[in-house]
Design a protein around this ligand. Sequence first.
Ligand SMILES: C[S@@+](CC[C@H](N)C(=O)[O-])C[C@H]1O[C@@H](n2cnc3c(N)ncnc32)[C@H](O)[C@@H]1O
Ligand SMILES: [Zn+2]
Length: 362
Amino acid sequence: MQEEGMEFETDKLFYNPEMRLCRSFGSLSVGAIGEELRVLDGFAASGIRGLRYAKENRNVTIVTLLDIWKIAPAIIEKNAKENGIKNAEAQNIDFNEYTVKNESDFIEIDPFGAPVHFLNNAFYSFRKMKKGYISITATDVAVLCGENTKACMKKYGAKNLRNEFTHEVGARVLLKKIGDFASQFDFGMEVLYTLSDRHYIKTLIRITRSAEKASEIPRTLGYASYCFHCGYRETGRFPNRVCKNCKKDMDYAGPLWLGELQDKKFLGKMKTLNGKRDYADKAEIGKMLELMIGEAGMPAFYYSIHEICRRGKLPYAPKTDEVIAALRKRGFKVAKTHFYERCIKTDAGIKELTKIMKQETK
Ligand SMILES: C[S@@+](CC[C@H](N)C(=O)[O-])C[C@H]1O[C@@H](n2cnc3c(N)ncnc32)[C@H](O)[C@@H]1O
Ligand SMILES: [Zn+2]
């Protein structure tokens, strides 16, 4: 196999070429952190992710790669050797067993499906440290994003919602679960980025030991109330069952992380680094980073232009740029989103937004 200048073997181990962009994204984030890092690739398979992190970033002092497949360490070590990576070691051990006894600065959690069973031990491994980084990929989007509410309640302790902004709800469900562990272990948490792409949600958080910051986490949680009749949404400490716009019943999601999803400064560093690298997905990554930077500081939950047109029975769907210009002209904050192409984030409410779009399509 080949990926971003590396030639490597996979044998019978898992390798998904579709995740190349996700691995490049992760590698940029390692580089953007800048400080020296002992990296743990806890779910390594062929090792392609962790080995790329070490090869592409000078700040990686060592990468330890784990997998429960017996054949993995020999293949990973061969891949490291053939690509001239000297600061890599591989072990055939369960992630939870390893993290009970060993410390790292940056932990990569990329299992099959839900990452929930590994969060406790990831945080436990930081118990004697002042700070650290945890990078998490969740591929159970069907659970996080509304298709299976029972499983979401069971695994994440939160209700999902199958609506137009289901992917943002999914990301906030995942972050709420991470936050539960962070506060439990007396860490504050900063979300450096949240990426929803293809069949996965990925996030990187910086944790800092602080009882005060840990107590802020539960205060950052809350609910999203949503009206399926008119598209009105609101956030708050508790769900609201009656729509303030059309007075009909509302549904809800939560508890959710209602804090920031994107750190503008950190994403800016990733963007600069992406400009210097020659990744095959450079253009797509650059576009995504730009959109994610735009999302920083915007209100939670995006609007779908198509949904507004459908509900408001508009004669045609205006272009996204036209809607953005119309909102800006009237003094609203507005940004495109990386979640979906025809969606926007704005501080305008559904009533104003529908009215403005109606005026634009007259
Ligand atoms: C999605 S794959 C990882 C893909 C890899 N990070 C990449 O980018 O190519 C998940 C891997 O985690 C391994 N795994 C599953 N449970 C594990 C555990 N508890 N501890 C360590 N490895 C585990 C599986 O054997 C599998 O190889
Ligand atoms: Zn309503």
